[in-house]
Design a protein around this ligand. Structure first.
Ligand SMILES: Cc1cc2nc3c(=O)[nH]c(=O)nc-3n(C[C@H](O)[C@H](O)[C@H](O)COP(=O)(O)O)c2cc1C
Length: 322
């Protein structure tokens, strides 16, 4: 299956660190790339817009220095997640900044990637589109993207209910290009399983929230370590789209999704809280089940690269032996 040239030979494992609102800031992105996996961030994390340009310059400088100092283990390329939706007032300005900086990988979400594909291909960059069902995948494929990111059930952030097992195989019926699979992937065994399903890369979010370099609060990181899958609630009441939230973060603000109407526009109207979704009400994927520590990104990647190699060495099931 096709791995773009720009992503060959530079990775410790076939992994993309997924973009996360209020979590993926330059220290996390740089640490991911230096550890040998693709680091990404949502453009809207850089606020105001001028900061977006500063972050890109900062990352380019830091990663170039790493490449000079460690030619034996070059930094992986980085990527930016652009929210393509027409309601995003920053889209045009930030797309110009992406083009000026020739960002190697652009991940689009929430809209048609057509304009982005033309502009990014013109300078030789790659465009991957985030999709949560086969219908969206078909549209993105027709727009000429280089890769599809399919996020299955159990993911952190907005997540569908369709299982990854089903989604990857459904998309593979019509897409033979690069495919990235996300949702509850935390370790090298799962990365290898994603490949066995037909994906080329794994997309990992929640695991990297609980890393030293993430911008999440210490409280959020601790809650990830202390919570299990039973502490998650899947609801569309808080952001209009199905999402797994950490119950303890809702409880401390007196928010109970069961009592909220669909697409709750402003929690303060319905409850006493000034809490905001994402900032105070936290999300996590089912991968929370195996998060027990908050190591450095380099530590997480070293561990998963070793697991990945072990998983690659595993042959067919002993059940097949005579
Ligand atoms: C805290 C958090 C914030 C997220 N923010 C974004 C975002 O801004 N843009 C986006 O495309 N996806 C976002 N996502 C989804 C991730 O990019 C990715 O699809 C997901 O984390 C993969 O599942 P996992 O968390 O189970 O590994 C977010 C996920 C989390 C956990």
């Amino acid at each position: 299956m096709p791995i773009p040239q720009a992503l060959r030979g530079k990775l410790a494992a076939p992994v993309i660190g997924a973009p996360m609102f209020l979590v993926s800031f330059p220290p996390l992105v740089a640490a991911l790339c230096k550890a040998g996996v693709v680091g990404t961030f949502p453009h809207v994390n850089a606020r105001p817009a001028e900061q977006f340009e500063q972050w890109l310059t900062q990352l380019e400088t830091e990663l170039e220095q790493h490449r000079r100092e460690h030619p034996d283990r070059p930094a992986a390329p980085f990527g930016v997640n652009l929210v393509v939706h027409r309601t995003n007032p920053r889209f045009q300005q930030d797309l110009e900044t992406v083009v000026r900086h020739r960002v190697p990988l652009v991940l689009t979400s929430l809209g048609h990637p057509g304009e982005v594909v033309g502009r990014v291909h013109a300078y030789g960059g790659l465009v991957f589109s985030d999709v949560t069902n086969a219908a969206h995948a078909r549209k993105a494929a027709q727009a000429g993207v280089d890769g599809l990111i399919c996020v299955g059930g159990g993911a952190g952030g907005h997540a569908p209910t369709q299982s990854a097992f089903s989604l990857v195989r459904e998309i593979r019926e019509f897409w033979d290009g690069c495919l990235v699979l996300g949702g509850s992937i935390n370790d090298g065994w799962q990365v290898r399983a994603a490949e066995m399903l037909g994906a080329d890369f794994a997309y990992m979010g929640t695991r990297f929230i609980a890393s030293r370099e993430s911008a999440a609060s210490e409280d959020y990181k601790r809650m990830l370590v202390e919570s299990g899958v039973e502490d998650l609630v899947y609801t569309d009441r808080l952001s209009g789209i199905g999402c797994n939230f950490l119950k303890p973060s809702l409880a401390r603000h007196g928010v109970d999704p069961a009592t909220l109407p669909p697409k709750t526009p402003d929690l303060s109207v319905l409850t006493d809280t000034t809490a905001k979704v994402w900032r105070d009400l936290w999300t996590a994927g089912h991968g929370i089940a195996t998060i027990h520590d908050v190591p450095s990104v380099a530590g997480i990647v070293a561990r998963l690269a070793a697991e990945y190699r072990a998983a690659c060495g595993r042959g067919p099931s002993a059940a097949l032996a005579g």
